[in-house]
Design a protein around this ligand. Structure first.
Ligand code: BCA
Length: 137
């Protein structure tokens, strides 16, 4: 993430987040990316439901999720999940994420999302212009 993060959340890692080897079970990181995005919408833009109403969509849904695991997360670690500036496509947006404990990078990843709308009974990705205006102000 080259620029300053757009938003962040803190997660207290505990025993129940970890696998038999005592390190964070990887799907939890995707949950925390998602939580970071939804908390951003809640704190800055009235929440996911309000944004869906404004964009005429059923959800700001997921088209792709990816991660590189750099260092293990452990019970007791205080994880900061940072979300960077979106990279805008015509009908998609890609959000970069980073998870750190202090200076130690645990994970780097990204989500590609779309504005899911139903057209003629089929789910499609709608243009991102309205969401971009909402997020960039
Ligand atoms: C998303 C779709 C409706 C898009 O269909 P289409 O309208 O035909 O899209 P297109 O293929 O034309 O692509 C549109 C754009 O998206 C981009 N795109 C489409 N698919 C992908 C993938 N897989 N990766 C990256 N980018 C993609 C594509 O490159 C286009 O980009 P632009 O250049 O910005 O225009 C369809 O692919 C689909 O139904 N996919 C399945 C979606 C799904 O099941 N997701 C998981 C469930 S949602 C979910 O889990 C969730 C989690 C967390 C949340 O907070 C919300 C929801």
């Amino acid at each position: 993430m080259s620029q300053a993060p757009l938003f962040h959340i803190d997660v207290q890692i505990s025993f129940g987040h970890c696998d038999a080897a005592g390190i964070v079970f990887y799907p939890n990181y995707f949950r925390w990316f998602d939580r970071c995005f939804h908390t951003f919408l809640l704190h800055r833009h009235g929440g996911h439901a309000a944004v869906c109403k404004q964009t005429g969509s059923r959800g700001i849904g997921l088209m792709s999720a990816d991660a590189k695991f750099r260092s293990p997360g452990l019970d007791g670690d205080l994880l900061t999940v940072e979300m960077g500036q979106p990279v805008w496509g015509k009908r998609s947006l890609t959000l970069p994420y980073r998870g750190l404990v202090g200076e130690r990078i645990l994970i780097e990843g990204e989500e590609t999302r779309g504005i899911f709308a139903e057209v003629d009974g089929r789910l499609t990705a709608a243009p991102t212009d309205t969401l971009r205006q909402i997020i960039e102000g």
